[in-house]
Design a protein around this ligand. Structure first.
Ligand code: 6PG
Length: 216
């Protein structure tokens, strides 16, 4: 199955469409929802928090985390908490314990993901270099097997992170990748050619704005 690219008018339209598509998947019964970090996903979470979702049936996980304490300003968990999790009441939230370090964090998260896979809906952002989650172009972690892996040399700070692996992301039932702004246009073009990690998830649904599509 090839990745599908949908171009919307604005970043706000991307956030709104993504939130509604996530809510539609969550309406189907008990579901797992995997959250990303980054500014693009944040707006989607704010919209999702306002939608009618039976949060008591939702188990939340994370696609990646920076190795900082969970209340740190760089923490993906903190961002998700502020934008979504403090406003709704999911049945369970499995944050990545990345503050323990990349290796222990990944080791502790692996059985969590294994016990819940296949994951139902995974939200991802992309970086200007085409990374997704904390899978960076040319990094050995792109080839990792298993469910989660720690890295110590991320090119985007902070260097230490925990991330789901490509096989874990590829195995999910729905993968929604968000990209907005002209700064992401090169990365989107490379992803379309399968040259960067974000472009290596067959069947992903991309929601992008005109600027990221390079048509404005
Ligand atoms: C991280 C992220 C990362 C992010 C993209 C997009 O922890 O760094 O999970 O994969 O989603 O880099 O981030 P922006 O939307 O802020 O550009």
């Amino acid at each position: 199955m090839k990745a599908e690219f949908t171009v919307l008018d604005s970043a706000e339209a991307v956030a709104t469409e993504a939130a509604h598509e996530i809510a539609a998947v969550l309406a189907g019964g008990p579901r797992t929802l995997v959250l990303a970090g980054g500014t693009t996903p944040r707006r989607c979470y704010e919209v999702l928090a306002e939608l009618p979702v039976m949060w008591g049936r939702v188990t939340v996980l994370f696609g990646d985390e920076r190795c900082v304490p969970p209340d740190h300003v760089d923490s993906n968990y903190r961002m998700a908490r502020e934008a979504l999790l403090d406003r709704v009441a999911p049945a369970t939230v499995h944050r990545m314990p990345a503050e323990l370090g990349p290796d222990e964090g990944a080791a502790l998260y692996t059985p969590v993901v294994a016990s819940l896979a296949p994951l139902d809906v995974v939200v991802l952002g992309i970086g200007e270099d085409g990374h997704t989650a904390s899978l960076f172009p040319g990094h050995a972690a792109v080839h990792a097997k298993g469910w989660a892996i720690g890295i110590g040399d991320s090119p985007k700070p902070p260097p230490e992170r925990v991330t789901l692996t490509l096989p874990a992301l590829r195995g999910a039932r729905h993968v929604i990748i968000l990209a907005t702004g002209a700064g992401k246009a090169d990365a989107v073009a490379k992803a379309k050619r399968g040259e960067v990690p974000s472009g290596m998830i067959a069947g992903a649904r991309w929601l992008i704005d005109r600027e990221a599509a390079g048509t404005r």
